[in-house]
Design a protein around this ligand. Structure first.
Ligand SMILES: C[S@@+](CC[C@H](N)C(=O)[O-])C[C@H]1O[C@@H](n2cnc3c(N)ncnc32)[C@H](O)[C@@H]1O
Length: 209
């Protein structure tokens, strides 16, 4: 029987509690098999600590747990989260209030690729667990580059067994990358200072401007 296909927006709108719990109430399975999720947060948090008093953009902020981690563990002034799943935005707003940092957090519903950012810029931009759902990675990277002043951090899934299992389980389209793809995409933004961290199921890239 063929499975129903959803958009990434529909898929994630139904999973705000599930994803929030990977951080808030991780199971033994999460700790062992979702290590990459925690590695990428650690990498992005370190970059937030490198630039004092910065403004941060969290693209595909999901449940907002990472946004709160960045704010609590750096001297950042402000974090803006954008996500196109309304239930994720509700979760993030509630979570940041519960954590006592809502004054430094602003979450809004929107599609990163189509949102009109006007002349807004951010010191640091972060996109964790997002490129998995982006059909046009070049459009994404040109946009994140334009919006970012100092550094941007992106996680990239690779092909392999893990991706095959995800494709079987997930009902939305998934995309994967090679290290070469990632380098080529960054070269379109003339990024010369690019760092890579290998994480379970892919890489985290840090582009310094
Ligand atoms: C796997 S979750 C990751 C959430 C969070 N970044 C984290 O690592 O905890 C991916 C999130 O990206 C959002 N997303 C994917 N593509 C997006 C887009 N083009 N614009 C805004 N949000 C997007 C989804 O709605 C979902 O909440």
């Amino acid at each position: 029987m063929s499975k129903t296909i959803h958009s990434a927006q529909q898929y994630w709108n139904d999973r705000s509690d599930l994803f929030g719990n990977y951080y808030v109430k991780p199971t033994f399975f999460d700790r062992v098999f979702r290590k990459g999720v925690y590695t990428r947060v650690a990498v992005a948090t370190k970059v937030c600590q490198e630039f004092p008093n910065s403004s941060i953009l969290d693209i595909g902020s999901g449940p907002g747990v990472n946004s709160v981690t960045f704010i609590k563990n750096s001297s950042a002034n402000k974090i803006t989260g954008i996500d196109f799943a309304p239930n994720m935005i509700d979760y993030a707003q509630k979570f940041s209030s519960e954590q006592g940092v809502s004054d430094k957090c602003s979450f809004f519903e929107g599609n990163f690729l189509t949102h009109d950012w006007k002349n807004e810029t951010f010191d640091i931009s972060v996109a964790l667990g997002v490129l998995d759902y982006i059909k046009d990675a070049e459009e994404f990277i040109l946009k994140i580059n334009k919006l970012t002043e100092k550094a941007f951090v992106i996680s990239w899934p690779e092909n392999g067994l893990r991706m095959a299992l995800r494709r079987y389980r997930y009902t939305c389209p998934l995309f994967h990358y090679t290290e070469n793809d990632i380098r080529n995409l960054h070269s379109k933004c003339n990024i010369s200072d690019l760092k890579f961290v290998k994480s379970g199921g892919g890489w985290v890239s840090i582009a310094y401007k």
